[in-house]
Design a protein around this ligand. Structure first.
Ligand code: GLN
Length: 275
């Protein structure tokens, strides 16, 4: 399905004047196609597109019109101030998840050990490694394709992270960590949001547990004590309405100082406790 097309000879200014998509997204895609910065797009607004360029830009706009997320079209997304390669094999890093990075950094002792469960693009693990070269970080995922993206991101940022393919704790060798952090799939199966917007294009296994939304969180909470050092923290992201349930699970499994933290939108977005 292709219907949108820009004529060769159209100026950059004209393309951006009445784009078929959000103006900000049009600037991102045009800049991506022509390898031009935001400022260059303005200073070169009289420049006209060649036939090839018009084709490329038309097809990028058409992909966006078809609903494809910007992060997958341009192949990256910024998280915690760093650009991360982002493919349809991984969840698109979200700003609210930066909360987990901050909570982890606040609790990490010098030379500490971190485990990131369900690392996806590697955003959480790599952001931590980048901020704290003294700590050692293990990041696991059940998806080989996701781990390949995460490894590329680690290389890109010179981050030392040990990647392990494991379905939660199943294949993880015994080791003790000072912080276990996770942004697991927590959307309830058949939640209508899964059929809307960017989520339609993201890996379902990264979004939903295909159950009540709490099953991955439960698995992590049950398994974590065997992998936590004395006093160590477990920190998890969860859905906007799951904080009470997650606190309850943590308290029942013997965690202390159980609490939740709000994201920038004021939503209880992460919960945790320590041993
Ligand atoms: N925060 C994501 C969303 O609601 C879901 C990510 C996840 O399941 N971990 O779109």
């Amino acid at each position: 399905m292709s219907s949108f097309s820009i004529s060769p000879g159209t100026t950059l200014g004209a393309v951006l004047k009445t784009p078929p998509i959000e103006p900000l997204e049009a600037r991102i895609l045009l800049g991506h196609a022509l390898q031009l910065s935001r400022v260059q797009l303005i200073t070169q607004s009289e420049r006209s597109l060649t036939a090839d360029e018009a084709n490329v830009v038309s097809s990028l706009f058409q992909r966006r019109l078809n609903g494809e997320p910007i992060a997958y079209i341009v192949g990256e997304r910024e998280f915690y101030g760093l650009p991360f390669y982002t493919t349809p094999d991984v969840l698109i890093p979200r700003p609210e998840t930066e909360l987990l990075v901050e909570l982890t950094l606040e609790r990490l002792p010098q030379g500490g050990r971190v485990l990131d469960m369900g690392t996806g693009s590697g955003a959480i693990a790599i952001a931590i490694a980048h901020a704290r070269p003294d700590v050692s970080i293990t990041a696991l995922d059940a998806s080989t394709a996701a781990l390949q993206v995460a490894q590329r991101n680690a290389t890109r940022h010179g981050a030392r992270v040990s990647f392990v393919r494991s379905n939660w704790f199943e294949s993880l060798p015994p080791e003790r960590f000072d912080v276990i952090v996770s942004n697991p799939p927590y959307i309830v199966q058949n939640d209508p949001h899964l059929a809307q917007g960017d989520l339609r294009f993201e890996p379902a296994d990264a979004l939903t547990d295909h159950a009540d939304g709490l099953s991955a969180l439960r698995t992590i909470i049950r398994g974590a004590p065997d992998y936590l050092a004395p006093g160590a923290w477990l920190l998890m992201e969860h859905g906007y309405d799951q904080a009470p349930a997650v606190r309850d699970l943590l308290a029942k499994d013997g965690f202390h100082a159980v609490q939740s933290w709000q994201d920038l939108a004021g939503i209880e977005r992460a919960s945790g406790g320590h041993r």
